[in-house]
Design a binder for this molecule. Structure first.
Ligand SMILES: NC(=O)c1ccc[n+]([C@@H]2O[C@H](COP(=O)([O-])OP(=O)(O)OC[C@H]3O[C@@H](n4cnc5c(N)ncnc54)[C@H](OP(=O)(O)O)[C@@H]3O)[C@@H](O)[C@H]2O)c1
Length: 224
């Protein structure tokens, strides 16, 4: 983000746990953030709540489609059950943009067990559905909303970023840094299946150790 041009971020499903946490951190870092929802009023209410936490009137609420249309970078944080429908609803207005998919295709019958869609992963499915004109980047699937919701909280977990466009991945790494999370380029979009699957592993650990927000950290590389 330069000082002159403020990047506009839309968070689709930003009324939920993960999206509102990311939105909070990006708004606090000075980005122009809009929450998207299926319902305009719900988005506006969620934005108003974030503005109270932020102590400034900066976050807006719009429908998912309007939020996506006005943004430079679109981030999607919806349950897998809503993945395809939400993608379809914004497909035409996200062409040419960076599209960050945070979705984890959890198995509703057993969230501790990895179950990938036929395409290979949610992010590959997003790339196929949106087409090659959209720079799909997979990220943030391993960061619990529990970490994001408080601005004071230091996050010790890393973010792995997968996608086929190097520049788009760099923009998402910068977004992670703005949220005060260390991010790493983890290769092409096909690698996202490992990252998405890791969330089921982390849910297992949460349940076994009675914690809320297990995460991962990359070692062996000097941290910037
Ligand atoms: N929560 C976490 O800690 C966490 C961590 C990492 C990754 N994730 C992933 O991030 C995504 C969002 O997680 P979340 O916990 O934020 O989910 P959530 O709070 O349950 O839902 C997020 C938003 O998605 C929309 N939504 C819910 N059900 C829908 C449906 N059937 N059709 C269309 N829209 C629907 C709702 O927005 P509107 O009603 O306003 O449209 C909702 O506020 C999931 O894929 C999850 O696996 C979550």
């Amino acid at each position: 983000m330069t000082q002159d041009i403020v990047t506009k971020i839309a968070v689709l499903g930003g009324t939920g746990k993960e999206g509102s946490g990311l939105a909070l951190r990006w708004a606090a870092a000075g980005y122009d953030v809009t929450l998207g929802s299926r319902e305009l009023e719900k988005a506006q209410r969620a934005a108003a709540e974030l503005n109270v936490t932020l102590g400034q009137d900066s976050v807006r609420g719009l429908t998912n489609r309007d939020a996506a249309a006005q943004a430079d970078i679109v981030v999607m944080t919806v349950p897998y059950a809503a993945h395809a429908a939400t993608l379809e609803s914004v497909k035409d207005v996200v062409q040419g943009k960076v599209f960050v998919d945070v979705t984890v295709p959890l198995d509703a019958q057993n969230v501790r067990r990895v179950k990938m869609p036929a395409a290979g992963s949610a992010s590959v499915e997003a790339q196929q559905l949106l087409g090659e004109g959209v720079k799909v980047v997979a990220a943030f699937q391993n960061i619990s909303a529990e970490h994001l919701k408080s601005l004071d909280r230091e996050i010790e977990c890393d973010v792995l970023v997968c996608g086929n466009d190097k520049d788009a991945k760099q923009q998402v790494i910068e977004l992670a840094e703005a949220a005060r999370v260390q991010a790493w380029d983890a290769g092409p979009i096909e690698n996202a299946l490992v990252v998405e699957g890791m969330t089921s592993v982390l849910i297992n650990l949460n349940i076994k150790h009675k914690v809320k927000a297990a995460g991962i950290r990359i070692t062996g590389i000097p941290r910037p």
